[in-house]
Write a protein that binds this ligand. Structure first.
Ligand SMILES: [Zn+2]
Length: 282
């Protein structure tokens, strides 16, 4: 659909060309910026990833209707608080037990321990904001991915937030926040060939997923000052796709990058990560 058609439907001003094949829509909640030929877009300067690149024909920008519905529309509401429901959050420190997650480039320090520390710091901050908080693990024990989903189900959680740290061979840096790819859309991150037209249980939460992801991602960037790798989409993450509530997975920096590994090793940085998530849920 023409980007201007979406803007009109959303009650927003028409897109304005702000560069060569770069278009901006000024919404009351902030500016969307989309560029021809790329799936990377931004809202208030914060990156998110489209399923399909913006197409420009005869100077007119076109966006896929799925991107309009599933990516842009929830972002017009980011300044609204996350709905509280019963007020229950399940925090999911990644890995545990013999599953160490990624090993730090600095030595024998592991993602599983940093993720648990992040969750333990975050819990009281959320409780102070009126949430009841359940951790999928509060020790170095293994928890199967399916069990993590069952815990959220048993607690009738309103939100599910999985906490991880990232790894890469090349020098990637910064924060990423994932939620489930909407049906029909290609993912940002794949682990092998993928069927795009599949509808997972968590796809019933597409709006809430993107809304929660951007609120948390924005707050984390503000609190930590880390590089922005954007809100991203993945379909392979078992802890997300079967959730019956908005669910996100945060990668709180790269422990394969020396500078970020040093940050992640510091309690001050992990406290900032905790504060970043908590502030998004006020
Ligand atoms: Zn992980």
């Amino acid at each position: 659909m023409a980007l201007s058609t979406w803007a009109a439907q959303a009650g927003l001003p028409a897109p304005v060309r702000v560069g060569k094949d770069v278009f901006q829509i000024q919404s009351p909640a902030g500016a969307f910026q989309l560029a021809a030929g790329t799936r990377v877009a931004s809202w208030n300067g914060i990156k998110f990833h489209l399923g399909f690149a913006l197409a420009v024909t005869n100077g007119v920008p076109f966006i896929h209707s799925l991107d309009a519905d599933k990516n842009l529309m929830p972002l017009t509401q980011v300044n609204r608080p996350v709905p509280r429901g019963r007020g229950v959050i399940v925090l999911d420190p990644g890995h545990g037990g013999t599953d160490n997650g990624t090993k730090s480039v600095l030595g024998n320090f592991f993602e599983k321990d940093y993720a648990l520390d992040w969750a333990r710091r975050l819990k009281p901050l959320l409780e102070a904001r009126g949430w009841r908080v359940v951790l999928t693990r509060d020790s170095n024990r293994p928890v199967e991915l399916g069990e993590r989903v069952l815990i959220a189900q048993r607690e009738q959680a309103d939100l599910f937030i999985s906490l991880h740290f990232n790894s890469a061979n090349a020098g990637a840096m910064g924060l990423e926040t994932f939620c489930l790819t909407p049906a029909g859309m290609p993912s940002t991150l794949l682990r092998g060939p993928e069927e795009n037209n599949i509808f997972h249980p968590n796809n019933a939460q597409d709006f809430g997923n993107q809304h929660l992801a951007m609120r948390v991602h924005r707050s984390l960037l503000q609190t930590t000052g880390m590089a922005d790798r954007g809100v991203r989409r993945a379909r392979f993450m078992a802890v997300l796709k079967n959730q019956q509530r908005p669910a996100i997975l945060i990668e709180g920096g790269y422990i394969t990058d020396r500078n970020e590994a040093k940050l992640i090793a510091s309690p001050e940085y992990r406290q900032k990560l905790a504060l970043g998530v908590a502030r998004a849920l006020e």
